[in-house]
Write a protein that binds this ligand. Sequence first.
Ligand code: UDP
Ligand code: MG
Length: 316
Amino acid sequence: MLLSVVVPCHNEESVLDALVAEVFKAIDAPDVELELVLVNDGSRDRTLELMQEHNERDSRVKYVSFSRNFGKEAAMHAGLTYAKGDAVVIMDADLQHPPKLVNEMIEHYREGYDQVVARRTRDGDPAFRTALSRLYYRLVNKLVDVPMEDGVGDFRLLSRRAVDALLAMRESNRFSKGLFSWVGFPRYTIDYKNQERYGGGASRWSMGRLLNYGIDGIMSFNNAPLRLAIYLGLVLTGLSFVYVIYLTIAAVVAGVQTPGYITTIAAVSLFGGIQLIVLGVLGEYVGRIYYEVKGRPPFIVAEHGGVELPAGHPGE
Ligand code: UDP
Ligand code: MG
């Protein structure tokens, strides 16, 4: 069988050599041919040059280079698009996803699983981040109609039919965690221990970026937040209706005492807030529709080596 290993890379010059060596050394399951598809996501360092060198030295190493930084989601999408394998593994460049684990994934793939997912245990993570992420997944699983799991990232093996199913989804606003879950097929989960980033350095994900990613996760899967906004609006309208009736009766029974300055201010600010929330939610969806309607490609390839552009790709 041919196994494609897809690696999105953004400014990874310090780890790329180690990654390439480690992938070919560690993945040694029987009867497996390897192809390494490196995706350069607008790196500003020597990542692309290193990719070209590796491609010249070893034709199993292929690369696709974007015209700018399109984000990890787009890079993974490109990798899946160009991968030729009977099965495809997606992993990070920084060796936080141990390539050795791929051998185990292949075993389960051969047992007939279409998705073999690696779940990382969170020992050694900052406590605050761990807590935040637990909370997030509890919330997401309440709101979203596909199950998502804490610790499960993009490190996984996908069978050819799972990859094709993913590629058939044309949305450009992609949230892979949800898409993986949405396509279904038999899946198997294996646990692995949290790894340090190779060569140290900070994660590419700042807190703000994580927050945006979190909102994407909720928004891209259904209209639950929209419905939540409607319910919130209904409840508050009901409450204010009751309050107004109460005030009217009180005024009739006891007469008007003080002009309700505080209640007015309170009501105005409360409803102002609610309206902003609802408008924000609506705006999110309208924005998403706007992006989809434009039908832009999810990424633009500036150059590539060793891969063929898929038919119908606007790049050539
Ligand atoms: N990455 C990417 N584009 C980006 C940011 C990150 O392709 O805009 C890649 C990066 O090179 C790495 C993977 O996504 O291979 C995960 O990034 P990182 O290790 O910074 O994130 P974390 O491990 O904290 O999730
Ligand atoms: Mg990492």
